[in-house]
Design a protein around this ligand. Structure first.
Ligand SMILES: Nc1ncnc2c1ncn2[C@@H]1O[C@H](COP(=O)(O)OP(=O)(O)OP(=O)(O)O)[C@@H](O)[C@H]1O
Ligand SMILES: [Mg+2]
Length: 251
């Protein structure tokens, strides 16, 4: 078996300001990698580079052995459409607010070639059910939904095409605690059932504990510790990770 994603010495700056530097890791098929660290540590920069939303300055990103930084733009767009998914923290960034719930899900199927209206609507209905949105809401617009429902809809929209690799940036951020718990449960089930490989950014160690197999801790753009989630959280090696873990009551 070879890694799904291999990242070598990835770096990205914004002018004189460091985004991330010397980031290296492997992501294996079916694995969930959590990226944790304080605000400004470079988590979103790294995720953006991996997903191709941001142009890295240096290093290599090998997806199934192919360097995505060396791919043409159309090639990378095709990959993003067919094999990858990105779940944003803010559902507004990942949904089309003027399009119905069913349309939000269905148009992703059309983007990968589906044409039969009845089948698309049936698949959309099925996916709304999987994210616990009643079929009766299929023609409603996202703005008629609660924040938690919008986030579930964004997940349905992004997973309906059956991606292999999913990037998530704080998918439960900005939600009430009880809503977060339900969303986490749902995500956990989908990751397991679909066998997804995931890179998830979170500053919430409880989210990391629940979802991630392995953790990478970032500080000032650098990876300062990585390992199995339980190992990192129960026996942190770096002083910064110890501080991070001890600053939360219970994880
Ligand atoms: N568009 C940008 N222009 C200039 N600097 C940026 C830009 N985006 C991020 N940065 C800087 O890069 C560094 C890393 O930011 P990044 O957003 O990746 O951190 P983060 O870990 O995702 O933080 P947060 O937890 O707040 O989302 C920070 O110093 C930030 O100020
Ligand atoms: Mg961020």
């Amino acid at each position: 078996m070879s890694p799904l994603l291999r990242v070598e010495s990835l770096g990205k700056s914004y002018g004189a300001r460091l985004g991330c530097a010397e980031v290296s890791f492997d992501l294996w098929p079916g694995e969930v990698l959590g990226i944790v660290g304080e605000s400004g540590s470079g988590k979103s920069t790294l995720l953006g580079c991996l997903a191709g939303h941001l142009a890295a300055d240096s290093g290599r990103i090998l997806y199934r052995g192919r360097d995505t930084r060396a791919m043409s733009e159309p090639e990378r767009r095709m990959l993003a459409r067919t094999e990858w998914a990105f779940v944003h923290q803010n559902p507004r960034d990942g949904l089309r607010m003027g399009v119905s719930a069913g349309g939000n899900v269905g148009e992703r199927l059309m983007a990968v070639g589906a044409r039969n209206y009845g089948q698309i609507r049936a698949a959309a209905t099925d996916w709304l059910g999987r994210v616990e949105i009643a079929a009766t809401r299929i023609d409603d617009r996202p703005r008629q939904f609660s924040g938690g429902m919008q986030q579930r809809l964004q997940i349905a929209r992004n997973l309906v095409t059956g991606p292999r690799l999913v990037f998530m940036d704080e998918p439960t951020g900005g939600l009430d605690v009880s809503v977060q718990a339900r969303l986490l449960d749902l995500l956990r089930g989908l990751v397991r059932d679909m066998g997804l490989s995931v890179v998830i950014v979170t500053h919430d160690l409880a989210v990391a504990r629940l979802l991630a197999d392995r953790l990478m801790v970032m500080k000032d753009g650098h990876v300062i510790e990585q390992g199995l989630t339980d190992q990192v959280l129960d026996d942190p090696q770096a002083a910064y990770t110890q501080l991070l873990v001890s600053s939360v009551l219970q994880v």
